[in-house]
Design a protein around this ligand. Structure first.
Ligand code: UD1
Length: 337
């Protein structure tokens, strides 16, 4: 029996694949490499010393999915495939709705056709949005998304919940806070195309001299030092949460929404200073305008993950800074070098 990881060559998916293999699951990956490279899979195999059956497939295709489900005994699916750049989603909303919704629906339909119940979904804290006061709990009325990317996450949650209500699917919808860090081997990590949109990849690229300086988007937020506060979570901790979600679904039917965060907020300046301290490298930075759509503070209440999955984040902000830099130093140009 295998776990199918869609988008398994991506930042999240590759770390999830490592943790599944370490927990003795067989892994099948389906990825169309739109925002990832096959090399990442080779690196996962190098870390774990295990083989992954890989399909260079688009999971919006019923035919490709039928082939994967027929050729393998799939026990459950971890659905990480999808487009994820917030800014791009504002420019190309129809592309985001088409790709993200089609891949999710086609995957769920293939599961139904092949009698596979377990669906773990990469959702995001972005679904809480501006309607919800921090810290976020799963029972808050989500749906205050500020961009099409966020709405696709919200809609796929709804779709999976309705599918679960038929009794044919079990779903664990994981709302990620801000995943950063990298596998401690430095063999896999985040490799954004072009100029990074997110904070940690930008800091890491400044650290290795690929970018001149970091722009900090606003220092006049109502936070202790005026910069934005987020709940950063180590990608390895996050990946372990997926393995526990698979275990949970062996014993439980229906659906659950679960935050994966640390329950602690860190400001942009705190993260920059931690990175400088841990890695002994300067991060030149300037304060610029706020970025449209950004919230002052985002952090999780992580109790439900502990209660239901027995999961808590173990790695610290220092670990995240060390591992992000280690990956970037070893791969200054990402997988492209
Ligand atoms: C963003 C998305 C979120 C998505 C997540 C993926 C928005 C509103 N949210 O979260 O939907 O799931 O990425 O990881 O876009 N910052 C700087 N300088 C930079 C980059 C970021 O100061 O060059 C600041 C931001 O203003 C923010 C913090 O760093 O306060 C974190 O930003 P980022 O890493 O982009 O994540 P989010 O915006 O929280």
């Amino acid at each position: 029996m295998s776990i199918l990881v869609t988008g398994g060559a991506g930042f999240l998916g590759s770390h999830v694949a490592v943790e599944l293999l370490e927990a003795d699951y067989d892994v099948v990956v389906a990825d169309n490499y739109v925002n990832s490279v096959p090399k990442a899979i080779g690196r996962v195999e190098e870390i774990t010393g295990k083989k992954i059956k890989t399909y260079g497939a688009d999971v919006s295709s019923d035919e490709e999915l039928d082939r994967i489900f027929t050729e393998n005994e799939i026990e459950a699916v971890i659905h990480c495939a999808g487009l994820k750049a917030v800014g791009e989603s504002v420019e190309k909303p129809l592309l985001y709705y088409k790709v993200n919704l089609e891949t999710a629906i086609a995957t769920l339909q293939a599961m139904e056709r092949h009698g596979v119940r377990g669906f773990v979904f990469s959702s995001s804290a972005t679904v809480y949005g501006e309607n919800c006061p921090v810290p976020y709990t799963e029972d808050m009325p989500a749906g205050g998304c500020t961009n099409p990317y966020g709405w696709t996450k919200y809609m796929i949650e709804r779709i999976a919940i309705d599918a679960a209500k038929t009794g044919k699917i079990d779903a664990v919808l994981l709302r990620y806070f801000n995943p950063i860090g990298a596998h401690p081997s430095g063999l896999i990590g985040e490799d954004p195309a072009g100029i990074p949109n997110n904070l940690m990849p930008y800091i890491s690229q400044v650290a290795v001299g690929r970018r001149e300086k970091l722009s900090i988007f606003g220092d006049d937020y109502p936070t202790p030092d005026g910069t934005g506060v987020r709940d950063y979570i180590h990608v390895v901790d996050l990946a372990k949460g997926h393995v526990l979600a698979i275990e949970y679904m062996k014993e439980h039917r229906g659906y659950e929404i679960i935050n994966l965060g640390t329950g602690r907020g860190t400001s942009v300046l705190e993260l920059v200073h931690a990175f400088e301290r841990v890695n002994n490298v300067p991060i030149p930075h300037v304060i610029t305008e706020r970025r449209a759509g950004d919230l002052a503070e985002v952090w999780a209440v992580a109790d439900k993950a502990r209660r239901l999955l027995g999961w808590t984040a173990e790695l610290t902000v220092e670990d995240m800074c060390r591992d992000s830099y280690n990956w970037q130093k070893k791969n200054p140009n990402g997988y492209g070098n």
